[in-house]
Design a protein around this ligand. Structure first.
Ligand code: FAD
Length: 469
């Protein structure tokens, strides 16, 4: 028997339910990756990073005597072609949960089934299927704490053993060349620079988990908010592309919890924030586009504007904000506390619509995840479920005093004014487009807006809106 394994965001061998199912009963397996129009909608950094994940996994498959067949086109058409060419009787894949993927996958499933082909989707991207967690009334959760209480004791089974062999078919179908797809072509920030900071592939992901559990989990709770501490796992990037499964992380975390590691429960709770984000996006599919709290519709957020452009360029004159925006541009990720601070600064001090910021994150993050990004922005802006109230405005200077007393984060990403700037601060200037007109010799800018004035402006607008709503 021949089976097709349609890979999308699941580039791993360990704990891969769809791959295990495709290989069952000694079937010959054809792994395939399809470049469909969804990929054209990706921002520059996620698209580049996806290409790296695909290329890396193609090599890993080749080392096992298998291949990754690459095709461009409508997935149902491509899969039908491959079924015809190979004589496959079944197609397996790991589920995706964003609205566009759900629609696409439902169409593929129906189409293949009508041809008499087994089309089977599997879990693997999440710990808990979004529809499997419900309140006592049968509704989805809207608040994190009860969600956490509902899931924390669940038995999610053990991770599946790594697939060691994928039997090759007698004839391999043709494949396109990854380099022809030019997935990194929109990376005007220089894939070279971001590549230095990325951790691509399953082996790197597993190393990251092991070193985090060895060196950091014990003080995770105390250290995780300090952006220069390196005390978090960095695994979001690998989770996005399925280079590690959440279940593998969950199990390793549990073991540490049982062995008494102090920060392990907190770490598991963070992992469950990712689940909660997917739970929300699944049940409220317009989470990335629409204010979840409808009373925010009509609020006087500014559309995109020149201040937002300074924010994107890391030139607001607020060192915490600028260090963070430069960190994202140059490394493709940003520390969680910093994400909250820059999001608050944009949506409150600069009174700019959270969707403007969400879009820039989508363009720049190599760990871009539609659910966590949308939830994070709505949480900070105050418009989301279980959100920080609007009047809670982060003060980036106070935050710097609390979380970067020694100036390490600032020094890591801000070049101006330093006699021996760090490599990452230099990398920022190497990565930015010329059109930004920035140079390291220029003085660091003065703050764009007084923090007090910005806060008061935002609160006045909020009170006005609330009173007229
Ligand atoms: P760790 O501290 O090691 O945590 C372990 C894992 O738990 C993470 O890898 C991640 O999967 C999950 N996690 C931790 N914190 C959160 C959180 N607040 N929300 C959801 N999951 C969490 N995360 C993304 O993966 N992609 C995004 O596009 C994204 N956009 C965000 C936008 C905003 C405005 C905010 C405030 C947060 C966003 N986050 C996003 C969540 C969070 O910032 C990152 O997941 C985290 O910084 C990743 O670093 P880490 O892997 O070292 O995390």
């Amino acid at each position: 028997d021949v089976t097709l394994l349609w890979l999308r965001r699941d580039f791993r061998f360990y704990d891969h339910p769809a791959m295990v199912a495709a290989c069952a009963n000694g079937a010959e397996v054809i792994p395939v990756f399809i470049y469909d129009d969804q990929i054209d909608t990706l921002g520059a950094a996620p698209k580049w990073r996806l290409g790296e994940a695909v290329g890396h996994f193609a090599k890993a498959l080749a080392e096992k005597g298998s291949r990754l067949i690459l095709r461009k086109g409508d997935p149902l058409v491509v899969l039908r072609d491959l079924v015809r060419e190979s004589g496959a009787r079944a197609v397996h894949w790991s589920r995706a949960y964003d609205p566009a993927s759900i629609t696409r996958d439902a169409g593929v499933k129906a189409g293949l089934k009508s041809d008499g082909i087994d089309a089977i989707s599997h879990p693997g991207h999440l710990l808990f299927e979004p529809w499997s967690v419900q309140t006592g009334k049968g509704d989805p959760y809207k608040v994190y704490s009860p969600y956490w209480r509902a899931v924390k004791g669940r038995d999610i089974g053990d991770p599946l053993r790594a697939v060691s062999e994928l039997r090759a078919p007698t004839h391999w179908p043709n494949s396109e060349n990854l380099s022809d797809w030019r997935l990194g072509s929109a990376m005007n920030r220089g894939a070279q620079v971001v590549a230095k900071y990325a951790h691509i592939g399953e082996a790197r992901a597993q190393d990251r988990l092991a070193s985090f559990l060895r060196d950091h989990v014990g003080h995770y709770k105390e250290q995780r908010d300090f952006p220069a501490s390196g005390a978090t796992s960095g695994l979001s990037e690998n989770l996005t592309y399925g280079e590690i499964s959440p279940r593998a992380i969950w199990h390793a975390g549990w073991r540490h919890l049982q062995e008494g590691a102090a920060g392990a429960e907190h770490f598991l709770k963070e992992l469950v924030w990712r689940e909660f984000a997917w739970h929300l996006l699944y049940h409220f599919p317009d989470l990335a586009e629409a204010n979840w709290r409808k009373e925010w519709n009509g609020f006087s957020w500014r559309p995109d504007n020149a201040d937002a452009e300074s924010w994107r360029r890391g030139m607001t004159g607020e060192p915490f904000v600028d260090a963070a925006m430069r960190e994202m541009y140059v490394t493709g990720t940003m520390h969680n506390r910093a994400r909250m601070i820059v999001a608050s600064y944009l949506s409150k001090h600069l009174m700019t619509d959270w969707r403007v910021g969400r879009r820039w994150f989508e363009e720049c993050l190599i760990d871009w995840d539609p659910a966590s990004n949308a939830m994070g922005w709505q949480w900070v802006a105050g418009s989301g479920p279980d959100a920080a109230p609007y009047f809670r405005v982060f003060n980036p200077e106070t935050q710097l005093g609390k979380f970067d007393k020694s100036n390490s984060y600032r020094a890591k990403f801000i070049f101006e004014g330093q006699s021996s700037p760090s490599q990452s601060a230099r990398d920022f200037f190497a990565a930015i487009p010329r059109s930004w007109g920035l140079a390291p010799e220029q003085p660091y800018p003065a703050p764009m807006i007084g923090l007090k004035a910005g806060r008061e402006r935002a609160l006045a607008a909020y009170h006005k809106h609330r009173d007229t709503d």
